[in-house]
Write a protein that binds this ligand. Sequence first.
Ligand code: IFM
Length: 429
Amino acid sequence: MPKFPPGFLWGVSTAAYQIEGAVRDDGRGPSIWDTFCHTPGRVRDGDTGDVACDHYHRWAQDVELLAGLGVTAYRFSVAWPRVQPAGAGPVNGAGLDFYDRLVDALLARGVAPVPTLFHWDLPQALEDAGGWLERDTAHRFADYAAVVADRIGDRVARWITLNEPVVHMAQGYAFGTHAPGRMLMMDALPVAHHQLLGHGLAVRALRAHGAAEVMITNNCTPVWPAGDDPGPAEMYDAFHNRLFLDPVLRGEYPPLMSGAEFVRDGDMEIIATPMDALGVNYYNPTRVRAAPEGAPLPFETVDIEGVPQTAFGWPVVPDGLRELLVGLRERYGTALPPVYITENGCSTDGSLHDADRIDYLDGHLRALHAAIGSGVDVRGYFVWSLLDNFEWAEGYSQRFGLVHVDYDTQRRTPRDSYAWLRDVLAGQR
Ligand code: IFM
């Protein structure tokens, strides 16, 4: 593996609902994912995050796995319903204690904590009041950000506000395949705006608490037209990428948001509050063509053929990461802050001998190195994920972990990819 720049951050990522379990412990309130999972037919095999990887009780063992891997950073998410069970008002000290202990344990092992404040587990009480369709949720999010920063901000330098707001809007509110399961199609657009407003307000709240580096994490994809007409691909690009990048980096929306009455005077300045970095999650490019007449959206995705696929059926295109990063630099120029790849990884058949994951990571790291070589300022890379975990609507059917989890016994067994990455990281020191 070629050498990455000095000080480059090496990490792995997880998210609260996907690993913690303990959904009723120590005062945690219900989240939209608890409700969704317990609604028959929503999640494959009726799986829930009730226990997940039991990380809430086994966190110390998981910190040892991180230390053994030799990462210098760990991206985890804070469960809003653990900290503020009703999403507003009373704070649950026991919930904060959990993250406080985790941060201390990470620092003791030389691992920088990188918390994400929202990775989709909205407190159910806020959803009952309208969720992200309501502007008030943005203000509640900023209050919650301040509560968390007040407790662990003295030891945390880098913060992520939201994870993949496009996925939460599209799957949660437009198509109904994720919690909260609403099917509003284009009427879900206020969810984009209110999440971004919450992001901007949270950036300000975190700064007021002395945060050194604040970013948003977006899911980004290079978009490839399926035929001669670039129109559908441009529309998809606007919906998936630009809707969440243009406002934070340029202070404006792409035309698809024109005339939206929920965008108020002053909102764009808040949303464009300068960030110190941009988090990018990359999995694969997307090929797009026009949808048949009468379809609810004007575009549809098409399989990318002739390349390997992950267990999820996602195409493996390592160079797409280089293409994406170079494209972002061309599009945003000096407005593009330093980038962290905050997720990249693949699901496999679950075997401990995961040569396919090693190939995936090796290819993507080389593509990342090439992007850096062509001048994109990338400061770190996080593998999704440390452990096999609850993969949302797919339940436990997709295994993304460097470490295998036996869900009957909660036994953790490092895969071949864990040893491979440990050796790669040793070579980078
Ligand atoms: O598991 C998810 C994660 O929660 C968000 N990014 C994509 C991952 C794989 O689907």
